[in-house]
Structures are given as C-alpha cells and as structure tokens.
Design a binder for this molecule. Sequence first.
Ligand code: SF4
Length: 293
Amino acid sequence: MSDPNQKARIQFNKLQKRLRHYVGDAIADYNMIEAGDKVMVCLSGGKDSYTMLDVLVGLQKTAPIDFDIIAVNLDQKQPGFPEHVLPEYLQALGVPYHIIEKDTYSVVKRVIPEGKTTCGLCSRLRRGTLYGYAEANGITKIALGHHRDDILETFFLNIFYGGKLKAMPPKLLSDDKKNIIIRPLAYCREKDIERFSAFKNFPIIPCNLCGSQENLQRNAMKAMLKGWDKQFPGRLETIFTSLQNAAPSQLADRQLFDFVGLTRGIGDDVNETVQLCGSKTIDVNGLNVLTQF
Ligand code: SF4
C-alpha cells in the first residue's frame, strides 16, 4: 500500500476497533453499565480520560441499551491550568459536561511540606469532590480512566511496598457505599491508548502543572513492566489474566480460605472431594490428586 494516509487510516480503524472491543468486553464482563445509568466520565485532560470518553461516546451510539454520559472535570486551580481547553473540546464533541471549580491546589500546598510528593492528598481531595458531585446529581456510575497497565503497576506497588495482594478493580463500591466506580479501560493497554490519543490529537493538559515531584515508585513499576513487555511479549497479558483467576486455597490468607477448618474427605466411598473453594481432590488410578478450578 503506497498511500501513507490510507495506511494511517487503516491502522487507526484497527486501533479504534480494538479499544472499543476491549471496553465493550470489560463493560459486559463486570456489568459496568446498565439501562438508564447516568455515567459520569471523569475527565482530567490526560490521554486516558480523553480516550475513555471518546470510546464510551462511540459505544453509546451503538449500544443496545440507553444510558446517559456527562463529562465532569475538576478544575483544581493549579497555576497555569488552561480553563478554556476542556469546555471548547466538549462543546465541539456535543457531550453534556460540567466543570467543578475547587481550589484543592492551595490545600495540598498548605498541608504537604515542600519537596514531599503531593499526589496522594491531591487524589484523595479530587476523589472526595467528584464523589460528592455524583451523589448530589443522581449519577449512578463514576467512570475513571485507569487502564490495564495502571492496574498492573498498582498490583506490584502493593506487593513490593504494601505487603498486600491487591490491585485496582474494574468495578468498585466506594467505602461509604454511595457510589459505584467503573474502569472501562481495564482491559486496554497503555501503548494503544497513547497511539489512539496521538491519532486523535487530543488537547492534552499535563497533570503536573502543580509542579509535584513524580511518583518514583510508580515510575519504577512502569519501567519494570515495560521491560518485561519488551523482553517477554505476552507476560503482561498473563499477569492480568492471573488477576482474574485467583485461587484462594493456594495462597496463605486465612480470611479468604478456611485453612484451619480444612478436613480430609468425608468417607471411603467418596472418590471426589470438593473442598471449600478453588480446588478439588480427584481420584486418578487410585491416587488422590489435587487440582485447581
Ligand atoms: S501531579 Fe499534581 S495535580 Fe497531578 S495528582 Fe499529583 S499533585 Fe495532583
């Protein structure tokens, strides 16, 4: 194919199809969006949230169910925040939107000592404000733009620094049980989102206008995962699949599996003993073999 424009168009169509496919699958697998939902798409102005909004608006047109979308941005009053960019973009797209203005920037600057990373408090304040808006405005789902690589980074951060086997779920009930958070990009690769965003030429607003230091630990996880992806293609897909295939009886968490109450099979005539969850013992030529399911 000699026409470079045509080649680029074909590549873009393939990429868009893949992203829509992944988002559609995640929505179906986790029942993220139901008929009548009012979905608040949290738009920061970064590549991930622009991509999420674009894909959801596309899916909304073809979905067999009706649901509403409202794009919401929190203007945190960071110095140099280009206030006109998102309203102009959203008006051109024809999507209902709302900009919340709240100076969380000053709070963060006041509370966090100079030189310390501010992202933790900033994110908490942002989350609280967005949840509050959702509650007050009949929002039934809050959509966040985290993708598969964010989920994997969080997974390894929790293992390496938190001593916890946990990641970022595709769907979550907030701690106060008042909001349901969904992550429609949960199956999407960051490199696809990067390419999609470049193709679409989204008017990106950088997150670090606040001048915050980068999160070094997260960056280290990102670099580790990128290295693996290059060296062992398919490894990240396998790790993500493992998050969907947990076997509590093969870990060591006594809250998840009743190791203490574990007993042998019930009777001599029972050749197949189903244990509490995740595993069963089967009879193979007179041998008891433990298998996973
Ligand atoms: S980089 Fe700045 S605006 Fe972005 S999360 Fe961190 S503190 Fe908040």
